[in-house]
Design a protein around this ligand. Structure first.
Ligand code: R5P
Length: 272
């Protein structure tokens, strides 16, 4: 593998333990001002020091992250549809490779919609992006986006992840599911998981723990961190599972109970 590409990847997935915590704040690219991400700068700032990498669009990067910050940037370069549009899968590449280089991106992120109306278009986008990324030593993260009608099971997610890897993605993001180890085994590049919709903290930590146990190389997590009432504690707890091998109980007690809030109260508080 090319030196530059390997160097960029090593900022995202730690080469010592093969794990990484990516903080996802790209949701506005199709959702607009999502709850608790209305002001991205305010959301990102306290969390940044705990993230191995930050996933976002160029617009939010330019306006909401200081250029002096040394966090590796995973630049989302696909989009073009909104939740109000015809079909979310109708995506195109929205940012040029020159712009990604100017922004010092460590990785390019693009969604693919396997099984959707625009499957061909999004797979074609991925292939072209890999060609461009490889030319300049920039790895590509394929985001296996799931349409409403798709089952998030190991057969479907395994298919989407494998196709992404076959087309040249260097890293794949998917969802945790039953028999997740089969998804990982069938995918020759590292697989990281999205957090998905906000869950009670302990459930999200459990999801993280199970994914790591079953072979994930880390998380690309958003809402379960910054929609928490205690986002800093949450990202630290996630980190402790991904990098330090803590159990769910250990992680939860280390970060959520340190202020002396009884854990049963905390769980109730966070499920509302
Ligand atoms: C979709 O909006 C993005 O690819 C997110 O970055 C991804 O879904 C991870 O965010 P979350 O953990 O909130 O699902």
């Amino acid at each position: 593998m090319d030196w530059g590409l390997k160097n960029r990847l090593s900022g995202i997935i730690n080469q010592q333990n093969g794990k990484g915590v990516m903080l996802a704040v790209d949701h506005g690219y199709f959702l607009g001002p999502t709850e608790r991400l209305e002001n991205p700068e305010k959301t990102i700032k306290p969390l940044l020091r705990y993230a191995d990498s930050l996933m976002l669009t160029r617009g939010v990067l330019r306006r909401c992250v200081a250029p002096e910050s040394n966090v590796p940037i995973v630049l989302r370069v696909s989009g073009g549809s909104s939740i109000l549009g015809e079909d979310l899968s109708k995506e195109t590449i929205t940012t040029s490779i020159e712009e990604a280089i100017r922004l010092n991106a460590a990785c390019l992120a693009i969604s693919i919609f396997v099984g959707s109306k625009y499957e061909h278009q999004t797979l074609n986008n991925l292939s072209k992006l890999v060609d461009q990324g490889e030319k300049f030593g920039i790895p590509v993260l394929a985001v296996t986006a799931v349409g409403k009608e798709m089952a998030r099971d190991s057969r479907y997610l395994g298919l989407a992840c494998r196709i992404a890897a076959e087309l040249g993605a260097h890293l794949v993001k998917t969802y945790y599911c039953e028999n997740f180890e089969e998804v990982v085994q069938g995918c020759p590049v590292p697989v990281i998981i999205a957090g998905g919709k906000k869950l009670p903290e302990k459930d999200a930590l459990n999801l993280t723990f199970n994914a790591i146990r079953d072979g994930a190389s880390g998380v690309d997590m958003g809402r379960n961190i910054w929609q928490s009432d205690q986002p800093v504690e949450m990202i630290q707890a996630v980190r402790s599972i991904v990098h330090d091998g803590l159990s769910v109980e250990e992680a939860f007690n280390s970060f959520f109970n340190k202020k002396g809030i009884p854990s049963n109260e905390l769980e109730t508080m966070n499920t509302r």
